[in-house]
Design a protein around this ligand. Sequence first.
Ligand SMILES: Cc1cc2nc3c(=O)[nH]c(=O)nc-3n(C[C@H](O)[C@H](O)[C@H](O)COP(=O)(O)OP(=O)(O)OC[C@H]3O[C@@H](n4cnc5c(N)ncnc54)[C@H](O)[C@@H]3O)c2cc1C
Length: 141
Amino acid sequence: MPPPNEDDGDAGTWTNWAKTQSCRPAEEPHPNSKEALIAIVNEAREKGKKVRCAGSGHSWSSSSVTDGVLVIVDKMNKIYPPAKRTYPPENESWTVEVETGVTIKQLDKFLRTHNPPLAVPSNTVLESVRYGGVLSLGCVR
Ligand SMILES: Cc1cc2nc3c(=O)[nH]c(=O)nc-3n(C[C@H](O)[C@H](O)[C@H](O)COP(=O)(O)OP(=O)(O)OC[C@H]3O[C@@H](n4cnc5c(N)ncnc54)[C@H](O)[C@@H]3O)c2cc1C
């Protein structure tokens, strides 16, 4: 599957992966931290601009289309160390916290090399989509 949005040829135009939606946002920031994201939202609020966001752009919907600020979360891809949960004892499990821009592939690769190896039991089909996009639309296999 080709990477989304990164080579649409037309600078300033955002297009979803299926090329069924496009827009020309006034700004298209790629924050790489929560602090940077907060600053972008605060500045947009002060200027009266609307904010939308996009992950990998694999949704067919128009929910990322804007002429305001389109935040692309592809640089927000930190994965924090998994934590073991021991309660209830009969249901031992692990949790892992990720930033919104982590892709299915990035987390899968990370968890496979963890000791012990881990896996997310339910996933979407595409490995290039990001957890923010998956969770916001409630995607399932
Ligand atoms: C070929 C193909 C196959 C697919 N197969 C499946 C499938 O089997 N099952 C399934 O459920 N879906 C499937 N989808 C749909 C896909 O999983 C969803 O569209 C998913 O949302 C894509 O993730 P994304 O990172 O590309 O999100 P985007 O398309 O970039 O964004 C989707 C939505 O999430 C919002 N969003 C993104 N990040 C955040 C955030 N941090 N905070 C708040 N909102 C956010 C965006 O604003 C937008 O509204 C498929 C799509 C394609 C193109």
